[in-house]
Design a binder for this molecule. Structure first.
Ligand code: IPE
Ligand code: IPE
Ligand code: MG
Length: 247
């Protein structure tokens, strides 16, 4: 077990935990600028936060944790920042994969991969392969991910099957669709957290958040703590989810 604060974990009622938590790790750049640092220093600090939050998720035995690392829109940023993020991402995987594996984490990547360098693609494939039989936290890293892109990819695949006569359009159901998403086989998102005060989805998990509870904080991602993560989980446990019915 990774280092953890037993008092913190004890605050959580395990029977009320969400099965799947998704996080939009936002505010790295503004956090850095506010301290007179370059935006990239914010991304470096953000990786440290991610490590702590994953540790907490492991210690709480959360079923699934999905984090937004790079969106299909983030390619619009300056080349130098994109390059920095790619390096940070590969350093992180290279450095952490062994320890994640020892902690029974099963990493998976959501999104497109073809525009990443061949070396990064290989590292992603190797990390996923290394951990594929692990039974602990399902840790999804959304990289070059966009919810619309994901839905379009599924639509194309099903359309191809229909055109080939392998699938009747009438047989397409929400379940068949979900089974083709990058998150196939995982529960829908129960709780979505976004840091840094923005209150939007920014093209994250559009399908999977259909009935998610939302939790926002002004805290920028580099300052987000396991305590706040636990606050969000406790808050979730106190919500009344009706799914359109009455209670
Ligand atoms: C989130 O922080 C990290 C990524 C999008 C990769 P930002 O880089 O969006 O930071 P802000 O929102 O500009 O402060
Ligand atoms: C969303 O944050 C993407 C990630 C956190 C990776 P952005 O900072 O890119 O989103 P917008 O531009 O504020 O909507
Ligand atoms: Mg941002």
């Amino acid at each position: 077990m990774w280092e953890s604060d037993a008092d913190l974990l004890a605050r959580v009622d395990k029977s009320k935990l969400p099965r799947h938590v998704a996080i939009i790790m936002d505010g790295n750049g503004r956090w850095a600028n506010g301290r007179g640092l370059l935006r990239n220093a914010g991304h470096t600090a953000g990786v440290k936060t991610l490590k702590k939050i994953l540790q907490t998720a492991v210690n709480l035995k959360l079923e699934a944790l999905t984090v937004y690392a790079f969106s299909t829109e983030n390619w619009k940023r300056p080349h130098t920042e994109v390059e920095f993020l790619m390096h940070l991402f590969s350093d992180y995987l290279e450095r952490e994969k062994r320890e994640m594996h020892e902690n029974n984490v099963r990493i998976k990547f959501l999104g497109r991969t073809e525009d990443f360098s061949p070396a990064l693609q290989k590292l992603m494939r190797d990390s996923a392969e290394l951990m594929k039989n692990n039974t602990g936290v399902k840790f999804n890293v959304a990289a070059d991910y966009g919810g619309q892109d994901e839905i379009v990819r599924v639509a194309r695949k099903l359309a191809r099957q229909a055109a080939a006569g392998e699938l009747s359009p009438e047989d397409i159901s929400a379940q068949i669709f979900a089974d083709e998403l990058d998150t196939a086989g995982q529960p829908p998102v129960d709780l979505l957290i976004r840091t840094s005060g923005e209150m939007r989805l920014s093209n994250f998990l559009l399908w999977q958040t259909a009935y998610a509870e939302f939790w926002f904080t002004d805290t920028p991602w580099p300052e987000f703590t396991p305590e706040q993560f636990v606050d969000a989980l406790i808050d979730f446990g106190n919500r009344s989810r009706r799914f359109g019915a009455l209670n």
